[in-house]
Write a protein that binds this ligand. Structure first.
Ligand SMILES: NC(=O)c1ccc[n+]([C@@H]2O[C@H](COP(=O)([O-])OP(=O)(O)OC[C@H]3O[C@@H](n4cnc5c(N)ncnc54)[C@H](OP(=O)(O)O)[C@@H]3O)[C@@H](O)[C@H]2O)c1
Length: 240
């Protein structure tokens, strides 16, 4: 890869924002997206980045994002599918929209975004796709049938696409975070948090940098022979 360019979905907070900071520090030009308007230049304190407002579930917006990149002659060689949501509910009470929204946002969005960049990666015979999954997709979490299914789906997507494009020097992997301190997990009550920590052998929550460190490794040449994998970053939660 001559110029390092990363495209990260969901950079307005949490893991996505940390990914943006760490990739910028590693010399990447960072293209970050979120639905909300967001001043990425200001957040990162750098001109070496571009924010594109984008709903990853909206295929018209996804196509027009490609037009914007073409205008600026920017071709990303690393795609990180990070944007995701939860709409937790016990299955008996889960509404159709709670299922549809989570599958669209967490799984169909990865199809939309990967479709956008795979052609140029195949043409360049180089590329890295990193999907941010979850330990919920490996273990299954009660109250998260929709979320667990969407993240488990990412594992299958990753393995199948990895096989299709491996000979073109493109790797496709998943990172499966455990409990990471972000807005997504800041609603736990003391007792819930205590129960969660009891299940984690490391006995603490992770932070977004733990995820960014692995993403940087997978995106670098050090990760060139790793593909189709789902790697947990969870303080031992999944194995326990
Ligand atoms: N935190 C954890 O413990 C944990 C554990 C396992 C897996 N994960 C996964 O890690 C990823 C990041 O999680 P997080 O904790 O950083 O979550 P977060 O703090 O809630 O941030 C989610 C990001 O995704 C963006 N987003 C959501 N829906 C979007 C859409 N339709 N289009 C575009 N952007 C969208 C949000 O931006 P806007 O709202 O501005 O659009 C935001 O930037 C998610 O895939 C999540 O499932 C997190």
């Amino acid at each position: 890869m001559d110029k390092k360019i990363v495209f990260i979905t969901g950079v307005s907070r949490g893991i996505g924002l940390e990914l943006a900071k760490c990739f910028l520090n590693d010399g990447y030009f960072v293209i970050g997206t979120s639905r909300s308007e967001f001043n990425l230049h200001e957040q990162l304190g750098s001109e070496n980045c571009l924010h594109i407002p984008l709903d990853v579930t909206n295929r018209d917006q996804v196509s027009s994002c490609m037009e914007k990149l073409k205008e600026k002659d920017i071709v990303p060689n690393v795609l990180i599918n990070n944007a995701g949501i939860t709409k937790d509910q016990l299955f008996l009470r889960m509404k159709n929209e709670e299922w549809d929204d989570v599958i669209e946002s967490n799984l169909t969005s990865v199809f939309n975004m990967s479709k956008l960049f795979i052609k140029s990666m195949v043409k360049d015979r180089s590329g890295k796709i990193i999907n941010i999954s979850s330990v919920a997709g490996l273990m299954g979490n009660p109250g998260q049938v929709n979320y667990s299914a969407s993240k488990a789906g990412l594992g299958g997507f990753t393995r199948a696409l990895a096989k299709e494009v491996a000979a073109r020097n493109i790797t496709v992997n998943c990172i499966a975070p455990g409990f990471i301190e972000t807005d997504m997990t800041n609603h736990f009550k003391d007792e819930e948090l205590k129960n969660i920590l009891n299940q984690i052998p490391a006995n603490k929550m992770g932070n977004p940098k733990h995820i960014a460190d692995l993403a940087l490794f997978l995106a670098s040449s050090k990760g060139n022979y790793i593909t189709g994998q789902t790697i947990s970053v969870d303080g031992g939660l999944y194995m326990s």
